[in-house]
Design a protein around this ligand. Structure first.
Ligand SMILES: NC(=O)c1ccc[n+]([C@@H]2O[C@H](COP(=O)([O-])OP(=O)(O)OC[C@H]3O[C@@H](n4cnc5c(N)ncnc54)[C@H](O)[C@@H]3O)[C@@H](O)[C@H]2O)c1
Length: 336
């Protein structure tokens, strides 16, 4: 018997990430090749014509699993009954714009979308925030959606994890699928901490395979932290296909049992975390899933002094981001 349809919301539907994401979701790559889906796509009114073009192209793919496409600008219409919501749409940082301005502008989007999800989405909707600054946007969305379990919200650090995996594979001359237990701690920003200490290559610690501490502590970390900027410099636009791929991997990770002894990175709510990180942040931790859409944070992944120093910096940045937003958007909701 065919499975019931899963409704998937994607925001920013006329943007460049969505153009690389929607078709792969519709093909079955994200939730499985036996899972019928409906796409609910949100855009701003000004971009609705472009979104109509995207819808036409989705239709022209004749995807067997794609049972319905709904487009619109009202989050309360688009989020009705959705089981998965990928919040991609956000304003890019403009010239001369401070981080606080971006947080303030984009924060408003995530207040509205958090409320709409709260009011009309499936009560167990899984939410992935991609729009930047994604960790703090995720905190805002969650804070405005008290009906939805806090553990259902994720901020995307999977692209960073994938970038780190590739760097370790390339440096060691091994295939990328021999690299496991790669992990990003903290914020999806240039303070993020790509962890080489716990990474493995062919089951052996990456530090024993790549014996170059200088490279691991400097080039590796810097190249992952600054990869987004390097792509903008090369392409003239921010990463889109790899970001869409990261979003698909991030959702797949919570709907697939994690292999024993392995983990994936996701920015998740820090309340009750086993690492002593401030309890009211979206922080990227090592996670594992039973494959039912839930996850747990894996405890006791060791830090050395080098990692600890960097993890404290990314935590500090997230606390500062939270302060910037709460000062401007109303503190009590977020700290409530
Ligand atoms: N977490 C990550 O790893 C990661 C990686 C790459 C990009 N990003 C972020 O993803 C976001 C989207 O990137 P992009 O390249 O697709 O941008 P884009 O500018 O090409 O597209 C964004 C789209 O969102 C729409 N939009 C804006 N506000 C909206 C709202 N309130 N509701 C619905 N739609 C809205 C815009 O009209 C636009 O079409 C950016 O914030 C970017 O910084 C995150």
């Amino acid at each position: 018997m065919a499975k019931p349809i899963k409704k998937i919301a994607v925001t920013g539907g006329a943007g460049q990430i969505a153009y690389n994401l929607l078709f792969r979701i519709a093909s079955g790559e994200m939730l499985g090749f036996d899972q019928p889906i409906a796409l609910h796509i949100l855009e701003l009114p000004d971009a609705m014509k472009a979104l109509e073009g995207v819808k036409m192209e989705l239709e022209d793919c004749a995807f067997p699993l794609l049972k319905e496409i709904k487009i619109g600008s009202d989050p309360k219409e688009i989020f009705k009954g959705v089981h998965v919501a990928l919040l991609v749409g956000a304003k890019p940082r403009g010239p001369g714009m401070e981080r606080g301005d971006l947080l303030n502008d984009n924060g408003k989007i995530f207040v509205e979308q958090g409320r709409a999800l709260n009011d009309v989405a499936d009560p167990d909707v899984k939410v992935l925030v991609v729009g930047n600054p994604c960790n703090t946007n995720c905190l805002i969305a969650m804070s405005n959606a008290p009906r939805i379990p806090r553990k259902n919200f994720h901020a995307m650090t999977r692209l960073d994890q994938n970038r780190a995996s590739y760097q370790l594979a390339e440096k060691s001359g091994n295939p990328v699928d021999s690299v496991t237990n790669v992990l990003i701690w903290g914020n999806h920003s240039s303070t993020q901490v790509p962890d080489f200490l716990n990474a493995k290559i062919k089951g052996k610690p990456a530090v024993e395979v790549i014996k170059d501490t200088q490279w691991l502590e400097n080039d590796f970390i810097n190249s992952v932290q600054k990869r987004g900027a390097a792509i903008i410099a090369a392409r003239g636009k921010s990463s889109a296909a790899s970001a869409a791929n990261g979003a698909i991997d991030a959702i797949k990770a919570i709907f697939t049992p994690t292999k024993p002894g392995e983990w994936f990175s996701s920015g998740v709510y820090s309340a009750g975390n086993p690492y002593g990180i401030d309890e009211n942040l979206f922080f990227s931790f090592p996670c594992r899933s039973k494959g039912d859409g839930t996850y747990e944070v894996i405890p006791n992944v060791p830090w050395n002094d080098f990692l600890k120093g960097k993890i404290k910096l990314t935590e500090k940045e997230l606390i500062e981001e939270r302060e910037l937003v709460t000062n401007k958007l109303g503190v009590e909701k977020i700290h409530g």
